[in-house]
Design a protein around this ligand. Sequence first.
Ligand code: ADP
Length: 175
Amino acid sequence: GVILMAMEKTYLMVKPDGVQRGLVGKVITRLEEKGLKLVAMKMAQLGPEVLKEHYSHLASKPFYPIIEESMMAAPVILTCWEGIDAVEVVREMAGTTNGRKAMPGTLRGDFCVSHQENIVHTSDSLETAEKELKRFFGPAPARKCTRRSGRFFPRQKADFSLRIPSPVKRSPEMK
Ligand code: ADP
């Protein structure tokens, strides 16, 4: 049968702590080396209004003022990435929120020890990604000023690991 693979766009932001610590290149490199395609990028200084919208799910928390202060402490790097299942792939690469608990091999696991200043933000679902791309890149996300040509980019092929393997003969000691 045909396996449908979802080509997705997701949003990743290098937070002020990542920018100040000089980790922008490392973050971008990891995602590029993974095979994701960078389709839009810019630097911006965020203000309180956009942050309240972006972190509306945390606006009532007692630590919200700390998030706001931290997110406005320096410019951020806004990026849009494209690939098969890109939302989940990028989120997994970021690791869990608390840098002290994030797995080694993830961006947060390898580069931070803070729960709050954890280098990157990544969209948590396709729906959120669409909203966030609109919020930070405007109504036609990554339409202007993006890479168009696939000429230099290794094509992502469908992954056939979901094919049911033919039965394998096992020797008695294999279980
Ligand atoms: P994520 O960024 O992993 O999607 P959340 O949406 O829950 O996580 O939180 C947004 C950001 O707010 C986190 O990345 C972190 O910077 C900050 N934050 C969330 N919860 C806490 C907390 N308990 N203590 C400190 N900072 C927090």
